[in-house]
Design a protein around this ligand. Structure first.
Ligand SMILES: NC(=O)c1ccc[n+]([C@@H]2O[C@H](COP(=O)([O-])OP(=O)(O)OC[C@H]3O[C@@H](n4cnc5c(N)ncnc54)[C@H](OP(=O)(O)O)[C@@H]3O)[C@@H](O)[C@H]2O)c1
Length: 266
């Protein structure tokens, strides 16, 4: 069964960051199935080369691999220059690369937190600016930003990570309105807990309550691409995650934090 009902993306080029693992693999497969040519970007070359080769033979699309540390200052413009040099025009940007840091803020080396902010916020913003300007000039383009359910409230034990995702969501929703008149769609996807490499990278073990709420990455990625194609501002993946975000509207912020702490710890 196809994940996506319509196909207006065929023949275009998509840049997917964080395409070596988790949600990135699914975004790549879903878009390639729609005959979208791909640029895969992350640090680990090997899994991306394997994915590229699988997608080329499965769907007959072009796939380029860019092994790059997107948390390094200037990485976004280096990636853009590399694609310009190859005359690759990006029609769809999937700003997916990101990681979390679990634990007490003061016990986490500040360099790790700064590195996360650089990737989750600065590089995401720079990529959106670089590719968004090109898209606006062509009056056509799609940008998917991967925020999180944690963007909706403060989260003790994920203090800085949740704050980076609050930035992504606020940034994405504002750009949805700003760029509409330029012919560019900006959609923010908010996944809840999803079975990917996220926990390992964050140094976290999912609590038993969180494990009950965990989604598989395929439907999460599919909901993001579907919302992007439909021109939506925001999508929350999955019904229970939608209900969790909605319940925030009815509860005081102190209670939201207490609830998140219970979900993370129990
Ligand atoms: N899984 C969840 O529960 C969840 C929930 C909400 C939001 N999200 C968000 O979803 C997005 C995808 O994460 P995921 O769940 O799929 O986790 P994942 O399996 O750990 O994938 C993260 C991806 O980001 C890439 N990445 C990390 N650091 C990078 C760097 N310095 N430079 C370039 N690429 C880098 C990784 O590639 P390399 O290691 O090869 O560089 C990997 O491809 C993230 O933005 C995450 O915050 C995840």
């Amino acid at each position: 069964m196809s994940d996506i009902a319509t196909n207006s993306f065929g023949g275009k080029w998509a840049l997917i960051t964080g395409a070596s693992s988790g949600l990135g693999l699914e975004f790549a497969d879903i878009l390639a199935a729609q005959k979208v040519n791909l640029v895969l970007a992350a640090r680990r070359r090997e899994p991306m080369e394997k994915l590229a080769s699988d997608l080329r033979s499965k769907y007959g699309v072009d796939v380029l691999v860019e092994a790059i540390n997107l948390a390094a200052p200037g990485a976004a413009s280096r990636l853009k220059s590399s694609l310009d040099a190859r005359s690759v025009t990006i029609d769809i940007l999937v700003n997916n690369a990101g990681f979390g840091l679990h634990g007490d803020f003061l016990d986490t080396p500040i360099e790790q937190t700064a590195n996360m902010i650089q990737l989750n916020i600065t590089t995401l913003t720079e990529l959106t600016h670089l590719f968004g300007r090109d898209m606006a000039q062509r009056r056509s383009g799609h940008i998917l930003l991967i925020a999180s359910l944690l963007a909706f409230q403060a989260v003790p034990s994920y203090a800085a990570y949740a704050a980076t995702k609050a930035y992504v969501l606020a940034f994405g929703e504002a750009l949805h309105d700003e760029l509409r008149s330029h012919g560019v769609v900006v959609t923010s996807l908010c996944p809840g807990h999803t079975a990917t490499g996220f926990d390992a990278a964050a140094g976290a073990t999912a609590s038993s309550l969180l494990r009950l709420l965990t989604m598989k990455p395929r439907p999460v990625a599919a909901s993001g691409i579907r919302a992007l194609m439909q021109g939506k501002a925001t999508v929350i993946a999955g019904l229970s995650n939608k209900m969790a975000a909605f319940s925030n509207r009815l509860t005081p912020r102190s209670m939201q934090r207490a609830t998140m702490k219970r979900i993370m710890d129990t």
